[in-house]
Design a protein around this ligand. Structure first.
Ligand code: ADP
Ligand code: MG
Length: 588
């Protein structure tokens, strides 16, 4: 007797469920795809407990015939393709015939549906057990409810994160899908339990204009500022919107790619985008990108990933070139500038902008006149002859000479060589250490705003403000609802100097979104807030500093050196040792 046997269907489904259904967000995605394939005019989504308790998707599409209901929940049963060749030209979002069977295996799945000329019916699948088809007086279209996801699979249930984390993944799945289908109206509501009435988080009317859908999701301010791009190489075309360089983000949250109404991930295309922005963004910053590709069905394979998150292109390099060329030419034509360019006018002295510097009275710098300012000359000070220098060394080192170069680097002579400091990176680290120390000591100085700043937020950001108001306040930012999608900022941390409070809040929300999506705990969230504040409040590359400011930065660098926090972001300095220099000049 052999030891190999055919697995029962329930086990096959359970295995497939592992691939298709990872968390509530995967359920949202699959149900939305099914609804869209039924050609609806609107889709309403309701979640309880981030989707762990319930995911409900209601559409007014073509419905399922009562007699087909048992098949709809059977694995490898689909209305979307018949023969293998159909796989070469998939025109629907679904085609694997697996989602409902998989979901029914690991939850209690209830379907109610009615076609325009049939009668309504319902079917329930409870942990893989398929019930009878019963008549139901529902409207035309389909309502699908998924209750207690993984309720019958404790091992999987244990892998789900807090409701808040699942919610942020699930709403992200909703946003991606709604972005891809502006012609369909969508809504999303969320409640913390079945007792709670819940809140409508998104309400998106149908529109022909993609920009309008983007603005409805992320706020009118963003929508208005996007740059439209469009290009066609004869076979592949791309259309969409990208952000101005100064609207850069800390995360990739606003980078969305679509092909044939399907969101997808693709590192190569995002790399082309990065290339196009090269020199326009500070390193580590992310551009805003919404791009939709159109290509012949046989030039793209969507059947390469169980959850269909990735697709394969026949000629990936073609898309790469198209994206790079279309963005570059748009940037050139549109005269897009960047804040990385040194400002034409002399920046105001930093003491005025950053109170932390005010503490340091400008120090007399004996060598100041001897050291040419970078604006005067590109020359580096001529070092004293070696015999003199050796004698003087102790003293010079104690007093470290520092000079700003190109309005962005500070060069310091140190005991054993030369240190080149990135002024923004160092100041950012310094501010972070100071923020951290004062928050930990409970002594963060808060500056109330004389004129509160108004800020328009998208629903997801509003949600974050509500969720994390306490964290924001600990970091000195008081943010209050002001009706509709508007909030007002009434205070900011004094350490942030004159950085606009609204920019600080935006930056911080951006990072909170990424961190809470990654399941970061309270400590991580506070930390991310402090990093965001430091990044926005720090002097930028391109800011001209006075000698006193340069000295203050250089002196404070010990705070960074002595800190035990692990470095975040870019390095702050690089060192050329005297040995290196001697070797380069063949002195040894
Ligand atoms: P697939 O979408 O890959 O075909 P699913 O398991 O997701 O597989 O769905 C099975 C079938 O159920 C679909 O082929 C479709 O005929 C039907 N169906 C599912 N959801 C809906 C819906 N919202 N409206 C109409 N038909 C649906
Ligand atoms: Mg499907």
């Amino acid at each position: 007797m052999g030891r190999i046997h055919q697995l029962p269907m329930s086990v096959v489904n359970r295995i497939a469920a592992g691939e298709v259904v990872e968390r509530p967000a995967s359920v949202v995605k699959e149900l939305l795809e099914n609804a869209l394939d039924a050609a609806p005019t609107r889709i309403d989504v309701a979640l309880e407990q981030g989707g762990i308790g319930l995911v409900r998707v209601v559409d007014d599409g073509g419905g399922i015939e009562a007699g087909d209901l048992p098949l709809a929940v059977t694995a490898h049963a689909t209305s979307k393709l018949r023969v293998a060749e159909d796989l070469e030209r998939i025109g629907t979002l679904g085609f694997r015939g697996e989602a409902l069977a998989s979901i029914g295996e690991v939850s209690r799945l209830v379907i109610r549906s009615r076609t325009p000329d049939g009668t309504g019916a319902t079917i329930t699948v409870d942990g893989g057990k398929v019930g009878e088809v019963m008549p139901d007086g529902c409207a035309v279209g389909t309502t699908i409810e998924v209750h207690q996801l993984f309720g019958n699979v404790p091992a999987r249930r244990a892998f789900l994160r807090a409701a808040q984390t699942e919610w942020s993944h699930a709403s992200e799945a909703f946003v991606r899908t709604a972005l891809a289908h502006p012609g369909v109206a969508f809504s999303l509501s969320h409640s913390s339990s079945s007792a709670d009435k819940g809140r409508r988080v998104h309400d998106l009317p149908a529109t022909q204009a993609w920009r309008t859908r983007i603005a409805d999701l992320f706020g009118p301010a963003l929508g208005d500022r996007l740059i439209e791009v469009e290009a066609d190489d004869g076979e592949v075309s791309v259309h969409g919107f990208v952000g101005r360089p100064e609207d850069d983000m800390a995360s990739t949250r606003l980078q969305h790619l679509f092909v044939g109404g399907r969101p997808f991930r693709d590192r190569s295309i995002l790399h082309a985008v990065q290339e196009a922005y090269r020199g326009l963004l500070l390193s580590g910053r992310q551009p805003i990108v919404f791009l939709s590709f159109d290509l012949p069905p046989d030039a793209v394979d969507v059947n390469v990933h169980p959850a269909k998150m990735e697709v394969r292109f026949r000629e990936p390099s073609r898309l790469y070139r198209l994206v790079l060329a279309s963005l570059r030419s748009r940037f050139l034509a549109g005269n897009v500038t960047t804040r990385l360019e040194p400002p034409r006018i002399e920046a105001p002295p930093i003491q005025a902008r950053l109170p932390e510097f005010a503490a340091f009275a400008p120090r007399a710098t004996p060598w100041e006149s001897a050291v040419p300012r970078p604006a005067d000359s590109a020359a580096v000070p001529v070092p004293a002859p070696a015999w003199e220098r050796d004698e003087l060394r102790q003293e010079v080192v104690a007093d470290e000479r520092a000079v700003q170069m190109h309005d962005r680097y500070i060069v310091v002579e140190s005991a054993d060589g030369i240190e080149v400091i990135d002024q923004h990176a160092l100041h950012e680290r310094l501010l972070y250490e100071k923020f951290k120390a004062s928050v930990e000591a409970g002594g963060l100085e808060v500056q109330p705003l004389l004129v509160p700043e108004r800020l328009d937020l998208d629903p997801a950001a509003l949600e974050l403000v509500e969720e994390h108001a306490g964290t924001l306040q600990r970091a000195g930012m008081r943010v209050e609802p002001f009706g509709g999608s508007t909030v007002i900022v009434t205070s900011k941390p004094a350490l942030a100097g004159d950085a606009p409070a609204s920019e600080l809040v935006r930056e911080v929300l951006d990072r909170l979104a990424a961190t809470s999506a990654a399941g970061g705990g309270a400590g991580m969230l506070v930390d991310e807030v402090l990093h965001g504040l430091a990044c926005r409040a720090a002097i930028k590359a391109g800011n001209r500093l006075s000698q006193a400011e340069v000295d203050a930065l250089v002196r404070d660098r010990r705070i960074v050196r002595e800190s035990h926090h692990c470095p975040h972001g870019r390095p702050t300095s690089l060192t050329l040792s005297r040995q290196d220099l001697d070797r380069q000049f063949r002195r040894t």
